[in-house]
Design a binder for this molecule. Sequence first.
Ligand SMILES: Cc1ncc(COP(=O)(O)O)c(C=O)c1O
Length: 400
Amino acid sequence: MAGMTSTARPFLNRRLAGFGTTIFAEMSALALSTGSINLGQGFPDTDGPQEVRDAAVRALREGRGNQYPPGPGIPELRTAVAAHQQRRYGLSYDPDTEVLVTAGATEAIAAALLALVEPGDEVIALEPYYDSYAACIAMAGGARVPVTLRPHVEGGASFRLDLDELRAAVTDRTRLLLINTPHNPTGTVLTRAELAVIAELAVERDLLVVTDEVYEHLVFDDAEHVPLATFPGMRERTVSISSAGKTYSFTGWKVGWVTSSPGLVTAVRSAKQFLTYVASGPFQYAVAEALRLPDAYFTAFRDDLRAKRDLLSAGLTDAGFTVFRPTGTYFVTTDIRPLGESDGLAFCRTLPERAGVVAIPNAVFYDHKEAGAPYVRFAFCKRVEVLADAAERLRKTFAH
Ligand SMILES: Cc1ncc(COP(=O)(O)O)c(C=O)c1O
C-alpha cells in the first residue's frame, strides 16, 4: 500500500504518474556507493569566476537581495540580460516589459508551459529531450509529441533533426514547439538553415515557440548559436530561455531568464509568480555583473571545454565506443553497440561496478525507448585529471 490511502487512490496525481525518481538520483547514489567518477549529472566540478562569487558576497553583505527582490527580477539584471541579447545577437528587448528573471531555466520552462498550454494542446519537443520538459507538459495537461533526432554517421557521427518529420508532426492541435539548441543530450547545434525552416513552419502554422538556449555559449568548432527569435516573424511568438548555471558554472544559484514580447512575458510571469514568486536575490546582482564580463571570458571558457571534450572523446573512442562528436553543450553521447552491448540502461547500471564510471542512459530522455536504447551520455564539465582518469578506466575495461 506504499503511496496509497485506504481508498486505494495513489498519492501522486495521474498527470505525474510515471515521473518517479529521476535517473540522476539513482546514478548519483551509485556513484557514491561504488566510489565511481560521476560523469552523469551535468554540473561542473569547479566553480565559476572569482569576481562573480565576490559580487554575490558583496551583495549579501551590503543587504542587496536579502529580502524579496521585485517580481520580474532586479532592474540591474534585467538591463544586463537585455544588453547581452543586444550585444551578442542584435536582439533588442525592453528590460521593463520584455525580460523576466526566473529560478533557473527550469522555472522558466515550467512557467512558460503552464502559462501557454491548455489541456489537450499538443506540444512538439525534440527527442531525446531534457527530462523536465515531459513533466512540465504533463503538469500543464498538454500532450507531448516527440520528434526524434536521428543518428547519422557519415561525415562524423551526429544526431540531426529531420525537418520533414517535424513538419509532419504539426496538427491543428499543436500549440507550441519546444526547441532546445545547443541540444542536451546529443550535443547537436541546430544550423541557421534548420532554424530558418523551423521559423517558417512556426509562422506558417501560427505556433508559439519556447526555445531553451541554456547552452548558448557552449559551442565549438565552426558551430554557431543562432537564437530562434532572430528569424523573421519569430520575435513576437518566441519565448527565449537561458540561465547563468551553464554559462558561468554556478548551477546552484538558479538564476535564469526569459526574453520575449510584452504579451508573452506577462503570460509567463502570471504563472511564475505562483511558482517561486522570486528567488536568488543576492545572486541576481552577481549574475548582472557576470553578464558584463568581456568576450574573453566566453572564449576562454569555450576553449577549456573544447579541450575537455576532445580528451574524453578520445578516451571513449579508444575504449571502443562510437562517439557522436558534440558541437555544443558539455555532454557527449556514445553508441555502446561496438562494445557488444545494446541496452544503455542495463549498461549504465553496471558501469560503476565494472569501470568505476557513472554515465546516463539516453533512453530516459525518449518516449520511443527503443530509439534511444543503445546510447549513453557522459558529461565532460569536469577537471582534466578527472576526465583523464575516467578515460583510462574505460580504456582498461573495454579496449582489447
Ligand atoms: C537543456 C536544459 N535546460 C535547462 C536546464 C536547467 O537549467 P537551470 O539549472 O538554469 O534551471 C538544463 C540543466 O541541465 C538543461 O540541460
